[in-house]
Each structure stands twice: as C-alpha cells, then as structure tokens.
Design a protein around this ligand. Structure first.
Ligand code: IMP
Ligand code: MG
Length: 184
C-alpha cells in the first residue's frame, strides 16, 4: 500500500484508466480477429513493455493465434532512445509461413521497431504488421507504420500498464504521465 502510494506521487495525470485501456484493447482484438481470419497468425510480443498489453490483447482475439516473445532494450534508464537496439532474448519459432503481428507498447522515435522489422522481415514470414497500444507520431525519426493503434498520444513520457521509467511503474494498472521532476 505504502509502495503503491509512493508510485502514485510520481504521476502527474492519469491519461488512460483501466476501463479506457480495456475498450481500446478489445477494439484492436476485434480488428485483428477480422483481418487474420483464415490466416496463420503469430503474435510477437516485444518485451518487456508489451507484456500487459499482450496478455489482454491475446484474450480479446477470437481466432486461433500463436504467440512468441522477444526481448529488446533501447533506452537504458533514460527517457530518450539511444538508437542502439539490443536483442536480449530471441524468438523460439521460425517465422516462415506465419502472418506476424508485432505487439509493441509504444511507438516513439520508431528506431526500435524499424530495427526489429528489418530483422524479422529477413526471416521470411508470410506477412508482417505492427500493432502498438500507443503512438507518439510527433516524435518519429524513422518511418514506421503501425496497422493497429490503441491511441495516438501527445509528446509526454508515460508509465504504467507495462510501460516503465528505469524499470519502475510497469505494474500500475492505468497509464499516467510521469512528473518531469522524476527524470530531470
Ligand atoms: P522508439 O525506438 O523511440 O520508438 O522507442 C520505443 C520504446 O521506447 C518503447 O518500446 C518503450 O520501451 C520506450 N518508450 C518510448 N516512449 C515511452 C514512454 O513515454 N514511456 C515509457 N517508455 C517509452
Ligand atoms: Mg522501456
């Protein structure tokens, strides 16, 4: 209780409540279920940020789907991407024959996904698309298009529902804007 209150003190504003997130996730789940009917869907969760989104999204998909995980880090503990993407854990499944949806928490500069897409495309999947819960298009530095987006958000640093700052706040059930004094 005390620890949760401590986390809440670092939050400036609640941007999306649990309920609002659930509505977005359900909508994306329906879109993917419709678009991938009869296909060979493989959801690839990009850890760690997308773990909560993935867990909810896969349950809102009504067609057969396989899942796999990949762990990457690009930030260290700052709030801006270094541009250097490190693969901390690779996939178990070969990608040939699969229709892939890469599941991300947030699309910011685009560098992480750009790097990942090139890597995954090189493994010859049937098709590959991006699904991101949040998108900050104002901050894009390289061209990456997401086919499924929960919500476009302004340029603020957000945490919760899987999203972290320095590995903290991932377990908040809602999404909030972090007070700038926490990272300044
Ligand atoms: P990009 O390579 O700049 O697009 O960064 C994407 C990654 O940066 C995401 O997968 C997150 O891990 C992290 N990130 C970007 N913006 C935020 C944010 O507002 N809060 C928490 N993590 C973020
Ligand atoms: Mg992160």
């Amino acid at each position: 209780m005390k620890e949760r209150l401590e986390m809440l003190e670092d939050i400036e504003d609640v941007l999306f409540t649990e309920r609002q997130i659930a509505v977005m996730v359900e909508r994306i789940g329906q879109e993917i279920s419709r678009d991938y009917k009869g296909k060979n869907l493989l959801l690839i969760s990009v850890l760690k940020g997308s773990v909560v989104f993935m867990a909810d999204l896969m349950r809102s998909i009504s067609i057969p789907a396989r899942i796999d995980f990949m762990a990457v880090s690009s930030y260290g503990s700052g709030v801006k991407t270094s541009g250097v993407v490190k693969i901390n854990m690779d996939l178990n499944l070969p990608l040939e024959g699969y229709d892939i949806v890469v599941v991300e928490d947030i699309l910011d500069s685009g560098k992480t996904l750009h790097y990942l897409m090139e890597l995954l495309e090189g493994r010859n999947p049937n098709s590959i698309r991006v699904c991101t819960l949040f998108d900050k298009p104002d901050r894009r530095e390289v061209d990456v298009q997401a086919s499924y987006v929960g919500s476009v958000i302004p340029d603020a640093f957000i945490v919760g529902y899987g999203l972290d700052y320095a590995e903290k706040y991932r377990n908040l059930p809602f999404v909030g804007v972090l007070k700038p004094q926490v990272y300044e």
